[in-house]
Design a protein around this ligand. Structure first.
Ligand code: T5A
Length: 249
């Protein structure tokens, strides 16, 4: 798992369908790890995370690449990922930090591959070139019925803390069902890296399950040893990982 030349840190990714609670749970795990690990924790997201990648994110989520097809979209996600890895993730890992990333290469496999219809072998080859040895130490796959996740994302938008429906959220329910199966298939293929978390549970229970998974898979980080954090330590509900990344503490 530890890649020569890039590591010393710990790389944890959060994956799953729309509205499964990744942003919410990243904030909570980051707060916990900042208290308990004694190491700097960086939260970030894909697409985006670095200034250049955030610009690509805007174009992708506005649907500007959609007319060019899923392979062109995969290339753009990859272009964003290259900059994100080079300018933010690898330097943080090399400094020994814990990096928590909201989506990573599994999202390309699921969205552009399984749900978008791209040849998995071509995507694996692309992933090999882009990601190289910087593989996650642990991937938490937040799983729930896509109707529930989409309803949560819709409720968040209706509450006014989010913008318009984006390019992928607008896809038909069948697309989101394929996504869910794709993430479960990735977990089945790589059980050593991936842990499935039941995201239909209330947020506190999801948080507890994530802490248990981290404690079991990465015992050196010790996130399950103390009681629950006070609610105010969880941050605001709209405090999503992303555009500002000087948040290693
Ligand atoms: N994409 C991305 C690709 O196609 N290929 C790629 O390679 C990559 C990297 C990114 C889009 O790009 C696609 C995937 C995406 O479509 P995004 O805006 O970053 O777009 O979208 P998501 O990552 O899907 O994030 P969402 O905002 O949709 O959902 P989250 O982060 O999973 O959910 P969260 O935490 O914001 O929660 C949603 C709402 O539910 C509530 C929250 O308070 C919030 O209001 N909530 C819960 N309510 C009840 N119970 C719980 N357990 C809850 N947890 C959260």
């Amino acid at each position: 798992m530890t890649a020569p030349g890039t590591r010393g840190g710990t790389f944890i990714t959060f994956e799953g369908g729309e509205g499964t609670g990744k942003s919410t749970q990243i904030r909570r795990l980051a707060a916990r790890l900042r208290l308990e690990s004694g190491r700097p924790v960086l939260t970030t997201r894909e697409p985006g995370g670095s200034a250049k990648a955030e610009r690509i994110r805007e174009a992708l989520l506005a649907g500007l690449a959609k007319p060019y097809g899923p392979f062109a979209e995969a290339l753009l996600f990859s272009a964003a990922r290259i900059d994100h890895l080079d300018t933010l993730i690898r330097p943080a890992l090399a400094r020994g930090e814990i990096v928590l990333c909201d989506r990573f290469a599994d999202s390309t496999r699921a969205y552009q591959g399984a749900a978008g219809g791209l040849d998995p072998a071509a995507l694996r080859a692309l992933e090999g070139v882009v990601v190289g040895p910087t593989r996650p130490d642990l991937t938490l796959i937040l799983d729930c019925d896509p109707e529930l996740g989409l309803a949560r994302a819709r409720a968040r938008r209706d509450a006014g803390s989010d913008g318009a429906v984006d390019r992928f959220e607008a896809e038909a329910l069948a697309f989101h069902a394929r996504l869910r199966n794709a993430f479960l298939a990735i977990a089945a293929e790589e059980p050593g890296r991936c842990a499935i978390v039941d995201a239909a549970l209330p947020a506190d229970a999801v948080e507890a399950a994530i802490r248990a998974a981290v404690a079991e898979r990465l015992p050196g980080l010790r996130p399950a040893q103390a009681g629950l954090l006070p609610a105010q330590a969880h941050g605001r509900s709209d405090d999503r990982p992303g555009t500002e990344h000087g948040d290693a503490a």
